[in-house]
Write a protein that binds this ligand. Sequence first.
Ligand code: 5RP
Length: 223
Amino acid sequence: MNQDQLKQAVAQAAIDHIRPSLTDKSIIGVGTGSTANYFIDLLAQHKGFFDGAVASSEGTAERLKKHGIPVYDLNSVSDLEFYVDGADEANDHLELIKGGGAALTREKIVAAVARTFICIADGSKRVERLGAFPLPVEVIPMARSHVARELVKLGGDPVYREGVVTDNGNVILDVHNLMIGFAPELEQKINNIVGVVTNGLFANRPADLLLLGTSQGIQTLTR
Ligand code: 5RP
């Protein structure tokens, strides 16, 4: 199977996981990226069995709406049983690096609200140690240089993602060569830099279930 087929297979595994719990009142949190897109397309086949979705990006909202799936503002939703999203890296503690698609802040917000965060990825995303993928950091535009200098003090090499403006009107710094020891601590340290909106480490709120598509089948990791 190629990488796209693995992404589609793991998206189907997420559908199979959530499908028995869905009721006509269920609202599902939906992530952003190519794996999440496969999930949306498959979810559309079960439209009559849940109420709607909360989207983690404008792109995801548009795709959901194209399928006729109602999209709710998170503020009008009191209960989100599942959040399903991809990742750029995942370790065996189900800590993640996300934000390759620049949607990290809304993704982190929806993940925080959801009772169960299901991460879906092809097997290449599983790593022993996080950090080979440059860590995305969403930054208020006027703070870009200040935040970059602070990130250098933490040992990283921040690179401005040229031409990208997030759905929240901010910019992204991709931090290369970071030594990620204890991920929850580094996540908080970076978030404490004035001007940072959030960073792509999902360690304080890791996934609850990690589904990985491999050529040997779906691997399931839980916390
Ligand atoms: C977007 C993300 C994505 O989940 C991550 O980049 C993985 O994307 P893909 O499923 O296309 O490999 O965090 O901000």
